[in-house]
Design a protein around this ligand. Sequence first.
Ligand code: HEC
Length: 155
Amino acid sequence: MFTVNLLKFKILLMSLTLCFLFLPALEAAWAKECPQDRQTQKAPPTYLSKKNPLREEPRFIKKGKVLSHIKAKPIACKQCHGMSGEGNGAMAFNMNPKPRNFKCKATMSEIPDGQLFWIIKNGSKGTPMPSYKHLSDEKIWQLIHYIRSLPKSIS
Ligand code: HEC
């Protein structure tokens, strides 16, 4: 009896290990474009001129990361934008247009803070990018600090 249970436990453990090994590989499997084709609608001038009021401090970047990975409702950003922000999350497979690749410096350096803010708040119409209207402005700026930190990070 005990040995059978132990065997089941070992099989379960092996399956779990396999899942953890293959999920990141699967994420990496679909193409990460850089520079990325971008047809996103331009924010109104009042938004475009907005600057991040929060200082670029590690605590804000960290809060943005937690929002992106876990807390943002109804869907965490990482489901589409990926664990490391490369636009290759689990839901991004076959998505058109593709989620923005935040790690791509060539594309991201062309987009002003106010544009990122407007899209996060209102979504990108006609694309799968949802609106996060219910998030406070402060939380959106934390997300932007996290997004901006990505092209600078190594992994
Ligand atoms: C269901 C999938 C999905 C989720 C969830 C999602 N996004 Fe997106 N996101 C997209 C897609 C698709 C695009 C590309 C839209 C386009 O091309 O206009 C995009 C584009 C963007 C852009 C680029 C705006 C620009 O002007 O280029 C930003 C910034 C962004 N998302 C931030 C976020 C943040 C922050 C979250 C979480 C709070 C999030 N997204 C959640 C799919 C998603």
